[in-house]
Design a binder for this molecule. Sequence first.
Ligand code: ZN
Length: 271
Amino acid sequence: MKTLFSLIVARPLIAIALAVVVVAVLYLGFTHRQTTPVTHRTEHVRLTDKEQMELGSQEYAKTLRQYRRRIVSSGAAYAEVQRVAKRIEAVAGRDKPGFVWRVTLLRKNVANAYCLPGGKIVVYTGILPLTRSDAGLATVLGHEVAHATAEHAAERMEREHLTKIAAAIIAGGVAFTPSQYVHVLAALGVAGAAASLPFSRAQESEADHIGLVYMARAGYDPRQAKAFWKRMLRASKGKEPPEFASDHPSDKHRVERIAEWLPEAEREYKP
Ligand SMILES: [Zn+2]
């Protein structure tokens, strides 16, 4: 009886200890240390710059094939996107000389834009009514490009990978039958997803900070960023919030934090 009791109590504890050791070994042994630009935060990622480039390039090629007929290759909107992206890329390139930057404008009535790992940018025409000016577009591109230079995707992938391994080990220590194992694993998955929410918010905030400094370094007035996020805030309250808002919850708090970083960005701003 006593052995059974200690088995029930000890197994999960041993599993948790084992999970900690395995994750620590993988984290410290198989990743490299990296410092984010502007915010100087230390992060651990496994993918090298080259691997991130390959990953992003494959995804980019797939998107361009899929939306071949929607690629915009002339006109005022095309020229604006190329013009602003070139200046932001030049700034971001100083932090990531190994990345190869490209931007594509797609005719799509969706307010969104993103930058893939390694520097491939996609902008939808639907975001242009929100950005309104070169400085507004520089706010969006600065933010998106910051996700790439701060290697946020690689960091997220590493985190998900380690969380899965830890969950598998812990579930093995808690469950006594295969069906219990599946249930415990699912529950840990839900808990893991909830725990990653503050993490992705922190990445968003960091991209805001780096992006603000990038746009200033590229010669765009960083005060215009506040105006853009305020427009986003208003648009998000409409019947159909912009898709950009699903990844970038534009709350009041965001505008306030941008105001805090503004003096730093303004020091780097040369019109
Ligand atoms: Zn973002």
